[in-house]
Design a protein. Structure first.
Length: 324
């Protein structure tokens, strides 16, 4: 007979569940996935399918054979979402065995080592992505040109520099048109190339109240302000801020990675502090670091600070009397 759990009031009933929110985020990623399949074809499909299937398999296997959890969490959508986000952060020509290794690290190290969903300190997809980036830098920074839709686009793709690489090299005159960057006609990780599709996904999540505006808006606004100031100070060495906003993984990270429930602060004030810090670190790494992209590292750094933010930035307790 199950135990009766008695908790203090107030009691509230809601319709939210882990499955509903996870599959809601997956639905929000569909526009970006469709754009990626249109731009990169079979390569994007192979990378995405391999990443999702590998993440789901490793969560099932770890639950069944290592943790021996009688309630296997493989169907709650979190493993599939981790696989989808990991795939979005990879080039569309990455070898299958590297993708599987990244999925193992994402699920086995980034998630299940800490106890599974709800206990992980860092975003699992970014743990896998950063592991692959430092382990296989050549393969992880080889970007196929959009438009190669067949098998040759996966096994023998023509590659080119991404907008972020051009910015780092100071080749502003070779940057693609801002409209191309908005719709996805540029190189990069296959899920990050269309800022418009990612913003449509964010609008869906805001409409469904899966996330709030505080984290994505604070990240994007911070990057916009800092990039504008640097551009105004020296526009010969610093690009137009529009390119900073539309290039790299900024929109993907701000809309879908930094907003992860488990690894982001709980209260709105803490979320704004968290978002501003991510935006600042992203610009700092992009402009003065050795990597052209700083979004992944910025989010992981602030994931580590989330418990500290939750400790010192708390919402007012229900029924608390405010002293005047």
């Amino acid at each position: 007979m199950g135990k009766l759990i008695v908790s203090l009031s107030p009691h509230a009933h809601g319709t939210d569940s882990v499955e509903k929110n996870m599959y809601g985020v997956i639905i929000a990623l569909v526009p970006a996935l469709l754009v990626s399949l249109y731009c990169f074809g079979l390569g994007a499909a192979i990378v995405c399918a391999t990443s999702v299937l590998a993440c789901v398999f490793f969560e099932w296997a770890i639950n069944k054979f290592l943790i021996k959890n009688p309630r296997n969490t493989v169907l709650d959508g979190s493993a599939a979402l981790t696989g989808l986000l990991l795939g979005f952060n990879l080039p569309s020509n990455l070898p299958i065995w590297i993708i599987i290794l990244g999925a193992l690290v994402a699920i086995g190290v980034g998630k299940m080592t800490f106890g599974g969903l709800g206990s992980n300190v860092f975003n699992p997809a970014l743990v896998g992505r950063c592991f692959l980036l430092v382990s296989f830098p050549a393969q992880m920074t080889t970007w196929p040109v959009p438009g190669q839709l067949g098998i040759e686009g996966y096994v023998d793709a023509t590659t080119a520099a991404t907008p972020l690489s051009l910015i780092t090299q100071g080749q502003f005159d070779q940057l693609p048109d801002a409209v191309d960057m908005l719709i996805g006609n540029t190189g990069g990780s296959f899920g990050e190339v269309s800022a418009l599709a990612l913003l449509l996904g964010l609008c869906y999540m805001l409409w469904k109240k899966i996330v709030t505006w505080h984290i994505p808006v604070s990240i994007i606004a911070t990057v916009a302000v800092m990039a504008t100031l640097l551009w105004l100070i020296d526009d010969t060495r610093n690009p137009n801020p529009i390119y900073e906003l539309l290039s790299g993984g900024l929109m993907l990270g701000a809309c879908f990675m930094a907003t992860d429930y488990v690894t982001s602060p709980m209260c709105h004030k803490g979320q704004i502090i968290y978002g501003v810090a991510i935006g600042f670190l992203t610009v700092a790494i992009r402009y003065w670091g050795s990597y052209p992209e700083g979004m992944s590292f910025a989010i992981l750094i602030m994931n580590a600070f989330t418990p500290l933010i939750n400790t010192y930035v708390k919402p007012k307790r229900f029924g608390e009397v405010v002293k005047k």
